[in-house]
Design a protein around this ligand. Structure first.
Ligand code: SF4
Length: 162
């Protein structure tokens, strides 16, 4: 997997302290993106599953996939998320695709089987809202993936700590 960096103990990428894994590459190129240096698919370094899991286990925090768009490496992050779920971690994933895009794309859809919350959609500068938790613009949603798949409709994550 191509990883730009791993940050342990972040509090802005989901509830509680988390390990954020920044994956390389993004095709969305949103105006106002806070991190355009992540767009390059060859940025960062190659890390294998064992190395990443070791970093996660050393920190002991739940995990957020961010970037970049982690779904550019859908097969790899699907397997990583599956391993993390087996070890009991809560897994959030940011993406510039909408939930509906992901469900409809057979290459991306398997990721959803191993993700607790999908933070979906591109950053839209005209809809930027600095008061939102865990997202930058109000078109983006915090989606409870399991409940949404079971109900065949988008059900948003209940942010009970807020
Ligand atoms: S999806 Fe995220 S990383 Fe990609 S361009 Fe948009 S804001 Fe930047």
């Amino acid at each position: 997997m191509r990883v730009i960096r791993i940050v342990e103990g972040t509090s802005v990428d989901g509830p509680g302290l988390r390990t954020a894994i920044y994956f390389a590459g993004c095709n969305h190129h949103c105006e106002g993106c806070h991190n355009p240096s992540t767009w390059d698919k060859s940025a960062g370094q190659e890390m294998d599953m064992d190395e990443i899991i070791a970093r996660v286990e050393e920190a002991g925090f739940n995990v957020t996939f961010t970037g970049g768009d982690p779904l550019l490496q859908a097969d790899e992050i699907s397997r990583l998320a599956s391993e993390l779920k087996l070890r009991g971690y809560d897994v959030w994933c940011y993406t510039g695709y909408t939930f509906e895009d992901v469900v409809a794309d057979e290459a991306l859809r398997p990721v959803l089987d191993h993700i607790d919350v999908l933070v979906d959609g591109p950053f839209v500068l005209s809809r930027r809202n600095i008061g939102l938790r865990f997202r930058g613009s109000d078109n983006q949603r915090l989606i409870d993936v399991d409940r949404s798949l079971k109900s065949c409709s988008v059900i948003e994550y209940e942010d009970t700590d807020y």
